[in-house]
Design a protein around this ligand. Structure first.
Ligand code: IMP
Ligand code: MG
Length: 183
């Protein structure tokens, strides 16, 4: 059976890589760090759809800031494969300008870095005041292009993970922990 077929198999077993408790504890730390950084300032949180929605929903509740606003951008780079296509497509644009604002990008995972490089280049042309990146997961072993990441939840090995928003072919986003597929 190919890797793709294994993952689709309904009897597939998921191993827990990061538990709900581990994720929530780390989010509290990240939220506190981000709140300190933007104390007394506005903060515009841009969530990358779809995978980052669960993470962003928990993260913003851990950021104590009365001037926090949110927007969403849709990017797609994978299709139904576990390998990066390297081709990034915008599926939904922001709903408002970011010129002169403190922008924080919230991403589920940075793998090759290609998606984030595309997004940073795109958003920089809109001239935000500041532009930072927060990712729940980082797979440094797969880095193809270097991007600056200010906040990293967890550094993980080069395995395809699912759950807590992350999908394989649109499945498993609702799994409450980060899991690895074991055939
Ligand atoms: P990159 O462009 O290779 O850095 O990939 C970033 C995007 O690929 C993320 O936003 C995810 O949607 C997807 N991705 C990368 N690795 C994984 C994984 O292990 N599981 C699920 N999605 C992944
Ligand atoms: Mg994805």
């Amino acid at each position: 059976m190919s890797e793709e077929e294994q993952i689709i198999d309904s009897r597939t077993e998921l191993d827990v890589l990061l538990s709900e408790e581990q994720i929530q504890a780390r989010i509290k730390e990240l939220g506190a760090e981000i709140a300190r950084k933007y104390e007394g300032e506005d903060l515009h949180v841009i969530t990358v759809l779809k995978g980052s929605v669960l993470f962003a929903a928990d993260l913003v509740r851990a950021i104590d800031n009365d001037h926090l606003s949110m927007d969403f951008i849709g990017l797609s780079s994978y299709g139904a494969s576990t390998k990066s296509s390297g081709v990034v497509r915008m599926t939904l644009d922001l709903s408002e300008p970011i010129t002169g604002r403190n922008v924080l990008i919230v991403e589920d995972i940075i793998d090759t870095g290609l998606t984030m490089k595309y997004l940073l280049q795109n958003l920089r042309t809109r001239q935000p005041k500041t532009l930072e990146v927060c990712t729940l997961l980082h797979k440094p072993s797969n880095t193809t292009v270097e991007v600056d990441i200010e906040y990293i939840g967890f550094t993980i090995p080069n395995e395809f993970v699912i759950g807590y928003g992350l999908d394989y072919a649109e499945r498993f986003r609702n799994v409450p922990y980060i899991g690895v597929v074991r055939g």
